[in-house]
Design a protein around this ligand. Structure first.
Ligand SMILES: Cc1ncc(COP(=O)(O)O)c(C=O)c1O
Length: 430
């Protein structure tokens, strides 16, 4: 694969910041968009824009056709049995909230339990806490070990007959850990629980086959996989979706409405109340095809080469002061490189890196329970993707070397010459 050519597909990467060529390493937050996706969205508005599923004129039929064919592409993308298993939503967060709101009316009642993990993004914790606060199911958390992997004994212990839903992330957005979803799902099913998978960080990087994973529902966001913002997918087993009540009511999702009663449509329409993000769905379909054209094996090999470069630079250059969290073996992790630099706050790191044209993210990464578990307030995270290269990883660690030098300078200054007293009293004294 000609990765330099792939990079030229992403116009935003031609920008410079602070006079330096741009190195974008925050794809776990959101990915950049290739020209084909940008063009597909513009083309929709320029040529196809009309509301879907209700027009009796040709343009509306064409818009509906574009929207529904995107659904078909996404169904193929995750190996769904049928396009009707694909529900378009705003993103992972909305998909999980849809599931929590819907299942709270059926299986997730008081006295039941939801089992999640300590490595989840807030979007897979807070919806369950909201149910709990309303008198719904209790919430349990599977712990992680020192390698950033789930403690299976904890899972065995916490999975009880009261557990009605196991919900976990496929890939951690902080640790990069790839969870053993199939084994977890099989065990959950044997215990009588449903399984919801947060695939926000896996779908952009690896082939996701919903049948092979053996889960009941998966959630993911388009914007992390080269697609537009405001569009994502909830996939569910057809028979499960058929038994789920809607989470929102409104237009598009009804069969008939009368003053005294309402009948809902079949899935997926039942879960898509209101005018959907039509152009977003079209753009997401194109993004899915773009990724498939590159190929998952190529993507995995490319991302592993960047992980290896990061590990090499850390081991060679920083006297043990840089620590990358998560599994040590790169075969069991995605290219999410979260790290700390001893003695330097994560926000200082990202500010100095920004001055070098390198964009990474620092903070709690919407995973505060995990930060508490790791005993850190914040981490810096570099998350490369298809448009990056090992050279970008070098730019990152060259700039991190600058951070070390800047802070070493500070230590010397403060040790030898205290900073001037700028208080009014201090100014008067000078
Ligand atoms: C693992 C994981 N789950 C869920 C989300 C939430 O995704 P969104 O904000 O697109 O709904 C993210 C986003 O960072 C994530 O990394």
């Amino acid at each position: 694969m000609d990765w330099a050519k792939v990079r030229t597909d992403f116009p935003i990467l031609d920008r410079t910041f602070h006079g330096r060529p741009f190195v974008y390493l925050d794809s776990a937050a959101t990915s950049q968009k290739p020209r084909v996706v940008i063009d597909a969205v513009a083309d929709f508005y320029g040529r196809l824009n009309a509301n879907v599923h209700r027009g009796t004129y040709q343009l509306s039929e064409e818009a509906t056709e574009a929207y529904e064919s995107a659904r078909g592409r996404l169904a193929k993308f995750v190996h769904a049995e049928d396009p009707s298993e694909i529900v378009f939503v705003r993103g992972t967060t909305e998909a999980i909230n849809l599931v929590s709101t819907s299942l709270s009316q059926t299986v997730l009642k008081r006295g039941t339990r939801v089992l999640t993990t300590v490595m989840e993004h807030h979007s897979n914790i807070v919806p369950w806490q909201i149910l709990r606060s309303r008198g719904g199911p209790e919430l349990d958390f599977v712990d992680i070990d020192d390698n950033g992997e789930l403690v299976r004994a904890d899972y065995d212990r916490l999975l009880t007959p009261s557990t009605k839903l196991v919900t976990l992330t496929h890939v951690s957005n902080v640790l990069g850990t790839v969870n053993p979803v199939r084994a977890i799902a099989d065990q959950a099913h044997a215990a009588g629980a449903l399984v919801l998978l947060d695939a926000a960080q896996s779908v952009p990087h690896r082939a996701v086959d919903v049948r092979e994973l053996g889960v009941d529902l998966i959630a993911f966001s388009g914007h992390k996989m080269l697609g537009p913002t405001g569009i994502g997918v909830l996939w569910g087993r057809r028979d499960l979706l058929e038994g789920m009540p809607p989470a929102m009511g409104g237009g598009e999702m009804i069969r008939e409405v009368h003053q005294d009663r309402v009948a809902f449509r079949e899935p997926p329409a039942r879960f898509e109340a209101g005018t959907p993000n039509i152009s977003g769905a079209v753009g997401l379909g194109v993004a899915a095809e773009y990724l498939e054209r590159i190929g998952w094996d190529e993507i995995a090999a490319h991302e592993q080469s960047m992980q290896r470069r990061a590990a090499k630079r850390v081991s060679e250059g920083f006297d043990g002061r840089v620590t990358i969290v998560g599994p040590k073996e790169i075969t069991n992790r995605e290219a999410v490189i979260s790290f700390s630099l001893e003695g330097v706050h994560a926000h200082d790191i990202s500010s100095i890196l920004d001055a070098h044209g390198v964009a990474i993210r620092s903070g709690h990464h919407c995973a505060q329970p995990l930060m508490e578990r790791l005993g850190v307030a914040a981490l810096s995270r570099a998350s490369p993707y298809v448009y990056n290269s090992p050279d970008d990883i070098d730019r990152l660690f060259d700039a991190l070397g600058e951070v070390v030098r800047v802070f070493r300078g500070h230590e010397r200054v403060s040790a030898k010459a205290p900073l001037p007293d700028l208080s009014p009293a201090g100014r008067q004294a000078r």
